[in-house]
Design a binder for this molecule. Sequence first.
Ligand SMILES: [Zn+2]
Ligand SMILES: [Zn+2]
Length: 123
Amino acid sequence: MDIEYLIKALDSEHETKCPICGSEMLIAESDDGGIYWKCQQGDYSRNKNQPYPTDGILRCDKCNSPYVFSMINQPRWVCTANPKHYHQLKKNDLKLPKMAALLSPEEKMKVQKYFQQHTAENE
Ligand SMILES: [Zn+2]
Ligand SMILES: [Zn+2]
């Protein structure tokens, strides 16, 4: 583990707090041995090289490009730089006003319906 990075990160208040729900962010180890941050509530994760979304905008966790909303079978954030980069949309993501603003009112209704139908599976 990158001790120097950790010491610095633990010193900065926002690195250790989930931008979505405000819970504590935990440090986890990824498959390739790197480290990443994971919200205690499981609604947000971010790799260590990805800047913290202090502006309230979630970005691609692979290349840091902005996301657009997409929904085929399930709601997703899709990277604007590479459509192979996508992330399942979590209900809490829409607590960030700037992310919620990416959806049209119709899309928001679709997403709401989706989560109503899938709450049982997710919880
Ligand atoms: Zn969280
Ligand atoms: Zn990307």
